[in-house]
Design a binder for this molecule. Sequence first.
Ligand SMILES: [Ca+2]
Length: 428
Amino acid sequence: MVSMEAVPLNSVQTWGDIMKRLANISAVAALVGSMVAAAPAAEVSVNSSNALRSAISQAKPGTTILIAGGNYSGGLDFRDISGNAEARITIKGAEPGNPPVFKGGTQAMHLADCNYVTLADFIVDGCATNGLNCDDGGSISTPMHHLIVENVTIKHIGPRGNHDGLKMSGVDQFIIRNCRFISWGGSGIDMVGCHQGVVEDCYFHGEEGFDNSEAIQMKGGCADNLVQCCFFDRAGGRGLNLGGSTGLPYFRPSVGDYEATRLLVAGNLFYGCQAPVVWPTASHNRVIQNTIVLPDKWIGRILQETRDPQFKPSHDGVFEKNVVLFDGRVGRPEFINVGPGTAPETWRFIGNAWFDTEGNRKPRLPGVETGSVHHVDPKIVDIGKPTMRITNRDERLKDIGAQAWKKLDAEAWTAREKKLTSQADPRR
Ligand SMILES: [Ca+2]
């Protein structure tokens, strides 16, 4: 077996020259040909911004680009650089213990219509506009798809206004996994019209000096996304914005009667946040088996931030089997903040455990409430740490909170048969 590993792209010519010289010996040529066909995909090592830019522009399905530790200038901008289902393109730090850092500038990387790409093992620090930006290149009918972002830290973006850690517009079937988002202006992750993707095992923390408006926002026609097993640690004004307010031209693939639908938020830890979960112009978004500890003001908010009358009032939220630990700052007077133009009567609160650390209040909730557990102290330890957990083994708490969530397989989630979201819309 001939190894092509660590052969830089610029030496491929040399390899070709060798083959030409051997070509007059037909048997050897045939042998070399078969060896090349069976060779593993090319790995390319780079240690400068220019080399990285060149390597990405020449990447083919199966190419892995290994970025040496050190500082890089960012500003990378690529279109139509794609792998395929059998052979992804991977762009990653060479040594996870010594990750490359994309420092400063407006934006580290912009990928448009780049499919089957994995970004991994690097840091983005201090961009003014966005950290990473991925989109469908403005051609809405062909979303960017099968993006994976793993073991990436994005920090200190903005610091004020609509500037996001990871911006995704028209990206489907993505997996954002084991990433850290530290301080941003708008959203840690901002999605417009993104579908059938997963955010899992990520950490979100907003520091002072940044707006940290929301940790994750999913709006503009987002559907069928899963957020699981993340830790929202004092992650700003809104933990999850399950909807939002989007200009009509930006909806993907088309404008329906919601900002976001069929989102699932499960198995997450929340510590702090003005409101851990917000449903703005939302439809059928579920929040299940999360552990929510000491929010600053509300447990959730039901809002209508899209004024256009073609959108239905925010409706049919589900809040089920969550553990909520709250103190005297919450419920003054609302536990769930209800804005005008919404349909709070369609909410269902099912089997949640509520515990007031400073009294014995039961939250007043909109909609239909069933099976609530009150006044059972979940005895949460390691508050504010990733190991935060419920230690009370009381039978009434058995199936409640983040620990009870049975993690779903992210790859299987993104591979599910697509639901017909907008096709069912008669206006289309
Ligand atoms: Ca496109």
